[in-house]
Write a protein that binds this ligand. Sequence first.
Ligand code: V4E
Length: 219
Amino acid sequence: MSFQMSVEVERKFLCKADTLKTLEEIGAACVGQHQFQDQYFDSINFDLTLKDIWLRKRKGCWELKCPITEETIGGQSKAAALCTRYKEITNLPEIQLRVKEVLKDVCEDTDTSSSQENESWLSKMNLVCFAEYKTVRRSFILEEGVQIDLDQADFGYDVGEIEVLVPEGGDVQSALEKIERTAQKLGLTGDQRVEGKMSVYLKRNNPQHYAKLLSEHIL
Ligand code: V4E
């Protein structure tokens, strides 16, 4: 059986007053604006996120982001260090299998095979929603496969991201190069990773878990 799986390579950046003007000047095409709500789920002891595994529901669809293991991150360039790479899984049975595998020590063995249509699998696996927010996103395309999103989260945080989706087994290195080229065109100069929405959300709403994720080098 084959599952939809890709690697999302992404660099976040701070939105400035002139970011929209710069996007226009470099010829980025606006491909639309939409709003969505994200709900993130974990066990009450945060067994998933403490392993850098992020389970969310967006627009009625389930998504799981997991760290990639294949690539050696050590010795990477400064530009590559500013990017995150996560495996993105969108097939619900595959998501359930992976979550079950991570939670196997803290959760009874549950049969989730009949839980596709409803959300009973969440309670069977003792998963609860720990973060919920809405985002207004404006998306732009610069070169083929390179998307730039400007996000406004409803809790008062704006952030941009340059994103390339690499199909499984595809060329992550070339994605990193595309992101670096785009960052240069946008005039991004900082050499610090920029915080994502979740980081800021947890800092404000669950400082204890935020501190734990920081100390485990997950955020
Ligand atoms: C992977 C991750 C989290 C899940 C949310 O991922 P993110 O890409 O930040 O969300 P969003 O809304 O932009 O999703 P998209 O539409 O691009 O799929 S929450 C924290 N992480 C880890 C993480 C990290 N350690 N550092 C940075 C800069 N980002 C994310």
